[in-house]
Design a protein around this ligand. Structure first.
Ligand code: SF4
Length: 54
């Protein structure tokens, strides 16, 4: 299951940009929209602080 470590997330928005179907920003943290989206891997790779686990 895809999850975001909110303690690590710096709110850069890279995951939501790389994978808008899978992630969205809620305030200053990212949130999982669809952990089964095809672009989740790209989002994981785009995160500068490795906050996305999947
Ligand atoms: S790419 Fe990583 S640090 Fe940036 S908003 Fe997404 S989860 Fe947070």
């Amino acid at each position: 299951m895809v999850s975001i470590d909110k303690a690590k997330c710096i709110g850069c928005g890279a995951c939501a940009s790389a994978c808008p179907k899978g992630f969205e920003m809620k305030g200053d943290k990212a949130s999982v929209k669809d952990g089964k989206a095809g672009c989740v891997k790209e989002a994981i790779e785009s995160c500068p602080v490795d906050a996305i686990k999947g």
